[in-house]
Design a protein around this ligand. Sequence first.
Ligand code: PSU
Ligand code: MN
Length: 306
Amino acid sequence: MNMNKYLDVKPEVAEALAAGKPVVALESTIISHGMPYPQNVETALKVEQVIRDNGAVPATIAIIGGRLKAGLTPEEIEYFGKKGHAITKASRRDLPVLCARGEDGATTVTTTMIIAHMAGISVFATGGIGGVHRGAETTMDISADLEELAQTPVMVVCAGAKAILDLGLTLEYLETHGVPVIGYGTEELPAFYTRKSGFRVDYRIDTPADLAAAFKAQRDLGLRGGMLVTNPIPEEYAMPLEVINAAIDQAVAESVEQGIRGKESTPFLLARVAELTGGDSLASNIQLVFNNAKVAARTAAAYASL
Ligand code: PSU
Ligand code: MN
């Protein structure tokens, strides 16, 4: 493979890819901006173990000293978790300057997809994706994650999107850009902390083998863009709808009052919802990431055998 000059693939990951073995990408914004220390580091290490237990090699993705890293060491994961919000949250538009200057960056869904694709990784597991924000009709705040799904051929396994977003507009945007939205074992779009949202997915698929077959068909058809797999949080960790919605409504109202904009918007809302719901939402968040890692690893294994 003709490797990008800025890319470093961890040897274990490179060997797995060369041998046609399954690899699953993981993002680093969830570590530095999505959870508090030390739970972020514990979760990031444990999620790698879940990937291994389900037959794939994990590749946590980040930017370190201007290098695009496909696969981190435990020490690097610790570094990202400890530095937290001091690390730049890096979306597509941030890559040129970070790489030119040799700086660090925490990769969002967008940049994790870009780097995974550069390295030859097809499946990526995370918690939630960015989307169209409430009020986007005036703010135009639409996550670059949606645009990336439209153009980069990576399957993203998530637990849907948080209701901090306008989920209806998010689905409309994905439809316009030709991104298939799959429900894993469900017809209804999950909303991260809850299994239901009131919105329907495009297709329900029930097995990793069938997810892999759909992704393979997308490749064989020569269609650009990725696929969004939404996997509902396990029932026992789902949060009561009223509790989570009250916290989300308050967080959104505060972000409007305080004029929070741009890249700060999502981290502000996530942190505020976590504060307002106490440790419950953090425990749910951790469990749904493990659940997504399991589905992603099994799907990567099925895809590798096609
Ligand atoms: N949504 C979550 N948890 C997260 C994120 C979103 O429930 O950690 C992070 C992901 O890294 C996602 C990014 O790609 O936020 C989206 O940020 P923005 O809305 O600024 O594009
Ligand atoms: Mn935004």
